[in-house]
Design a protein around this ligand. Structure first.
Ligand code: DX5
Ligand code: ZN
Length: 216
């Protein structure tokens, strides 16, 4: 069964404490927290104080997805805010290896996010250094977008690369995950399903999480 990572971008910020309680009581293992800077992506979400506040509500994994330029300048701050997983975009990091070493030396699990147009082959020489890949199945910046079907091919390619090298890197799929496509995403090789709208816009979010988990 896949790990479920509800994306708080789709949560009701006025009821954030209740939303955290809901996820804590659910079968979800990870809290997915989307950080946007209005530069790497054309949107701004929330930042360090919100991550720190959410962290206080949970012992589950805080999975922080940085959609920001120069993420190295903020890695330590996100560690201090309570991130367990820190994920940077390959497209934002000319010195990616240095960013990954920094995240690991701070004691966090290191992930690399790749945009829909970025070939998974670009991960070839760094795959052995990381804990997970966030394969974006929408263009980053907004919740509620439609899953890009071609991404399924990339999941299978990446799964093959990981298997050939006998690595234990997790594959996380982020964007447009629904009850309809969850099965084929997991069958293609995904370990972690990020889901924003499908969870938080449902009238019974806890049941939606359980359903996503059992479908996969
Ligand atoms: C998009 C974010 C996603 C997003 C997923 O830039 O990285 O985590 O919130 O939301 P849904 O599931 O609604 O596509
Ligand atoms: Zn995300």
């Amino acid at each position: 069964m896949p790990i479920i990572a509800p994306s708080f971008l789709a949560s009701d910020f006025l009821r954030l404490a209740d939303e955290c309680t809901m996820v804590n009581e659910s079968e979800a293992e990870w809290f997915h927290l989307d950080i946007m800077d209005g530069r790497f992506v054309p949107n701004i979400s929330f930042g360090l104080p919100v991550v720190a506040a959410i962290r206080k509500t949970t012992k589950k994994v805080c999975d922080v997805h940085l959609m920001i330029e120069e993420p190295g300048n903020y890695a330590e701050a996100f560690k201090n805010a309570g991130a367990d997983n820190l994920c940077v975009h390959i497209e934002a990091c000319p010195n990616l290896h240095r960013n990954i070493q920094q995240i690991k030396s701070l004691g966090m699990r290191a992930g690399i996010a790749v945009n829909p147009h970025t070939p998974v082959n670009f991960l070839s020489d760094i795959l052995h250094d990381i804990d997970f890949v966030n394969l974006m199945s929408v263009n980053p910046g907004f919740g509620g977008q439609e899953f890009i079907p071609f991404t399924l091919t990339k999941i299978a390619q990446l799964r093959q690369m990981i298997q050939e090298r006998k690595l234990s890197v997790l594959i996380e799929i982020d964007g447009g995950v629904t009850f309809e496509n969850a099965k084929e995403i997991v069958t293609a090789g995904a370990d972690v399903l990020v889901a924003g709208s499908t969870v938080f816009k449902d009238k019974d979010p806890k049941a939606a999480i359980a359903r996503l988990k059992s479908i996969g």
